[in-house]
Design a protein around this ligand. Structure first.
Ligand SMILES: Cc1ncc(C[n+]2csc(CCOP(=O)(O)OP(=O)(O)O)c2C)c(N)n1
Length: 624
């Protein structure tokens, strides 16, 4: 195996050129085999095997820098920088991450996970090198999907003024997770097919031909002009016009071509964009055929491409998906918006049934929110379906464009809570904190699949900003018999006793049921409240419970700071309620990748830890 001879950065340079293709094949086999067992991002990684090899052949790591966008496609880079062994523990707790991590290797120049950051970060490296007098090459790799994100354009705008070499590799596979969307995607397509060049040329020439007598002479003159108008006819004008040299398109699976172009690009003393064409899923038929499905996968059979575990239970996204389709029939003003995640957020069915009311805006969360605000102001009922961690991007838009105007935008906040193997960048553990402190915002956290459906129904009749947060994974089926209509700002008391009151938000109700059972078995009296509304706080409920409870235990799958628990603590203190408040929440830390159940234990929001804390408190009280 050639791969065995590659144990650290730059080892690849010892291989003779004729072995490059063999290595590429070995890498693909390795990735397919490992990801089929661990799960992970397959299609994007298979697409950049040659591109990564070419960059490693041209660059000197770690002195030179590669900045990956999103970072989900960095597996070959990890393999070429001495992390082959780590793949057995890929995305597992304590194992290597599925994304670049500076703490993992000095060849990982920048941590990523969210899209469209690589040009900004790369430019930062370039300017730092200039100031510090370091002579190195910096390459930012960005996908055509990531190039739909606004930050990428802010960075390009800035990079155009750069007076040093800065290479931007545009990895164009025509796909985001789903098919890429928008005007830039169309433009790249025309570059790919040479349409811009040909159309423009034909257009100019035909136009000139129509000018009597002088037309032909002018055409002749243009033909002889080396620069000037001829520049108008070259591809990549969008970038060239900004002052960024455009090179390409280049076959992204031809290592010879790639290394040649990258070496050319290194010679320039300003920003240069190398347009590389790749195929998502390259070399593995099921992934080539179904690149969306193989973007991120659970363990699968290599032979059939099918997942090893069959899904039997619906997850929360499925419940959202079915509910929104049902509601769309009744409410013609309902429109749905996604930032490049029609599959992940469950809007595919809606898109197919109501194409006219469906909007995939690209990886553009900020725009998605203000776009929704515009529609709401114009009388529509927009639902922005988005993952908790990606909504972080749109904080100002939520305040400035939605909440100040008190517009009825519904935020369907999926993946709220711990998400598992994608790790720090993807954990949805801040949304309660960042949303619950915005005036006019309202937050509903349904406890099970039935309540999510009810919450969406409630949202359609509600006139103001409303976020509904629900976690990743199987939609809980418990407490079905406890289904009651949602009333604005009201919690639901599931079991009323005295002494200890568990106040559980959303996903934590399931945990609270277990905690309660165990405490009861040990002789305690325990009330259980399904909080439902994290915002506004149900103050009446707190007042009433404080009359016959000595301990409130707030439970949320969110960091402590600024979240539900802190609000309850503050309220009880300000109003001098005679209760002690214990907060169960995540510590104010970034939580790494790993199995969710394990992570819950690690951060102390599992049933056992909570029960232990409550018992300890009660014993201490008894002791006086
Ligand atoms: C801000 C943000 N929104 C959404 C995502 C989810 N996401 C991960 S990869 C991806 C598509 C990226 O497409 P592209 O940049 O073309 O890379 P490819 O996978 O095609 O190589 C999306 C939407 C994200 N990572 N960050």
């Amino acid at each position: 195996m050639l791969l065995d001879s590659i144990n650290k950065a730059n080892d690849i340079k010892n291989l003779p050129e004729e072995e490059y293709d063999i290595l590429a094949q070995e890498i693909r086999d390795f990735l397919i085999h490992k990801i089929s067992m661990s799960g992970g991002h397959l299609a994007s990684n298979l697409g950049v095997v040659e591109l990564t090899m070419a960059m490693h052949l041209v660059l000197n790591l770690p002195e030179d820098k590669i900045i990956w966008d999103v970072g989900h496609q960095s597996y070959t880079h990890k393999l070429l920088t001495g992390r082959r062994e780590g793949f057995d523990e890929l995305r597992k707790y304590g194992g290597i991450s599925g994304f670049p991590k500076r703490r993992e290797s000095n060849c990982d120049a920048f941590d990523t996970g969210h899209s469209s950051t690589s040009i900004s970060a790369g430019l930062g490296y370039v300017e730092a090198s200039r100031i510090r007098g370091i002579d190195n090459t910096v390459i930012s790799v960005i996908g055509d999907g990531a190039l739909t994100g606004g930050m990428a354009y802010e960075a390009l705008n800035n990079a155009s003024q750069c007076s040093r070499n800065f290479i931007i590799v545009l990895n164009d596979n025509e796909m985001s997770i789903s098919r890429n969307v928008g005007g830039m995607s169309g433009y790249l397509n025309s570059l790919r097919t040479g349409e811009v060049y040909n159309d423009l040329k034909a257009g100019v020439m035909n136009g000139l031909k129509r000018i009597p007598v002088y037309g032909d002479k002018m055409i002749e003159k243009i033909r002889k002009t080396k620069s000037g108008i001829k520049q108008l006819l070259i591809p990549g004008m969008f970038f060239e016009d900004m002052g960024i040299t455009y090179l390409g398109p280049v076959d992204g699976h031809d290592i010879g071509q790639l290394t040649r172009v990258l070496r050319e690009a290194q010679k320039l003393d300003h920003a240069v964009l190398v347009h590389v064409l790749t195929k998502k899923g390259k070399g593995y038929e099921p992934a080539e055929k179904h690149p969306s499905r193989f973007h991120g996968v659970e363990p699968f059979s290599v032979e059939t491409g099918l997942p090893l575990k069959k899904k039997t239970e619906p997850n929360y996204t499925d419940v959202f998906s079915a509910s929104i389709v049902r509601l769309a029939e009744k409410y013609p003003e309902l429109v749905a918006i996604t930032a490049a995640m029609p599959d992940g957020t469950g809007l595919k069915k809606f898109r197919d049934l109501y194409p006219n009311r469906f909007f995939d805006v690209g990886i553009a969360e900020e725009h998605a929110v203000t776009f929704a605000a515009g529609m709401a102001a114009a009388g529509m009922k927009p639902v922005v379906a988005v993952y908790s961690s990606f909504l972080q991007r749109a904080y100002d838009q939520i305040i400035h464009d939605v909440c100040i105007q008190n517009l009825p935008v519904i935020f369907a906040v999926d993946r709220a809570g711990l998400v598992g193997s994608d790790g720090e960048t993807h954990q949805g553990i801040f949304d309660l904190s960042y949303l619950a402190n915005i005036p006019n915002m309202n937050i509903l956290a349904p406890m099970n699949r039935y309540e999510l459906a009810d919450a969406l129904k409630f949202a359609m009749e509600f006139n103001g900003p409303l976020a509904i947060r629900y976690p990743r994974g199987t939609a809980w089926d418990g407490l079905k018999e406890m289904r009651t209509p949602i009333e604005y700002g009201k919690s639901q008391i599931l079991y009323k006793e005295r002494g200890i009151a568990l106040l559980a938000a959303g996903s934590m109700v399931k945990t609270a049921v277990k905690v309660r059972e165990n405490l009861k078995a040990a002789g305690f009296c325990v009330t259980l409240v399904n909080v439902r509304f994290v915002l506004p706080l149900d103050q009446d409920c707190l007042d009433r419970l404080s009359q016959d409870h000595e301990l409130f235990v707030t439970m949320e799958e969110n960091v402590l700071n600024g979240g539900f628990g802190m609000k309850v603590t503050r309220y009880t203190q300000e109003n001098e309620l005679p209760v002690h408040v214990m907060n169960v929440a995540l510590p104010n830390l970034y939580v790494e990748h790993g199995n969710v159940e394990l992570l819950k234990k690690e951060v102390g929001i599992d049933a056992e830890t909570i029960e232990h804390r409550i018992r300890e408190y009660m014993e201490e009280r008894k002791r006086g």
